[in-house]
Design a protein around this ligand. Sequence first.
Ligand SMILES: [Zn+2]
Ligand SMILES: [Zn+2]
Length: 464
Amino acid sequence: MSVNLKFLGGVRTVTGSSHLVTTDKSEILLDAGMFQGHRDESYMINATLHYNPRKIKAMVLSHAHIDHCGNIPILIKKGLRCKIYATSATKDLTALMLEDSGKIQEEDVRYVNKINKRLGLPPREPLYTKKEAMRATKIFRSISYEQRFCIAKECFATLHDAGHILGSSIIVLDVKDGVKNIRIGYAVDLGRKNLPLLNDPVIPHRLDYLIIESTYGGRFHAPIEEAQSRLREAINRAVQRGGKILIPSFALERTQEVLYFLNELIKQQLVPSIPIYVDSPLATGITDLFTHHMDFLDSKTRQAIARGESPFELLNLRFVRDQTESKALNIDKRPMIIIAGSGMCESGRMLHHLKNNIEDSRNMVLVVGYMAKNTLGRKIVEREKLVRIFGVEYELNAEVVIINAFSGHADKTELVDFVRQCLPLKRIFLVHGDEEQTLHLYDALVAMGQNVLIPFKGEEVLLS
Ligand SMILES: [Zn+2]
Ligand SMILES: [Zn+2]
């Protein structure tokens, strides 16, 4: 009997996490994330599978970010029929995230096919449609944290709180190999201590092997508490000059974190109680799920909600559902905070708000998340004088404030600390990181005397 671990994706890069554990009897899939990069390359990578999804006996999903769940509808189209195990919060969040992703795939293909038609090239099919995406959650099975669950012959899974986003899990697999038991830990992605709304990551014990992310393997985050004081300074400055504050934000977790800090600031009367708009149907749906899945929130937030002080029910907070109301915000010239997607300013309602407000020096763009290269968000972060929105150039006169303290990922110190608490380990596999970052963590762990591998895509290792 043998147990084999194959790294299908999300190695030596940050997106597309997926790994396959094979025993004599079963194939178990950990995550099926979407690779996100340049359009054509991403399409090819996501559409090409190097295994047969029909053979998978069980899948376990760590959390609802698209780089971990985004390819599930593709697998189902190609024959995946097994159950997908995840927490109930992950199941519900994934439903919203995949529906949105299906919509994006359809819009994207419509755009590509317009160009293809002009060039005389054949039309392209979307990776999956919104309808296909919505089918995915039918095969989900919810499991609670700390509950050992049989997922396939001779294979058990236990989920521990990863403290990364609502419902996120560190997955522990117990695989029987003859008389031996092999225990594999999967901490991808791993959160941080003291994040608002969430519990701290749980340390799994008696692992043989650990697969761990390395997104910030070489960086050190500012303490999360700093986010609140930076927000306070920025908001007060913009309000004093009568400006609007635009916060481009990811719909999942970052939006709710920002609301949490705004609630704290307003409660303590550290910022004026100006109107706050969450202008994103996806973020609105996700925020509802935070209240629905209160069990997954930390005790401080649960107690606040019980006292009627929910960070998601501020008096001056409004969730904008339809486009007419969204457009009306452009006419309203009062100071206000607008939180909208997309997080990197590539699509969504944030583009309209930027277009209407970016040339006025009283206004502010408040950056609370990562902006990838070549995105409009990155151009704003680099304070380019002219930025192009919907094909038109606009002067960037609004103040740009960047708050780096927000991050849902463990940094170098926290990753090393987590590994130290998991010791002893037979071997550690570093995934989910750009090579430069992964190498920093590799050096630190090797210096601790650990056996560490940075796998390549498609590489297989035998576990014993
Ligand atoms: Zn994540
Ligand atoms: Zn990730």
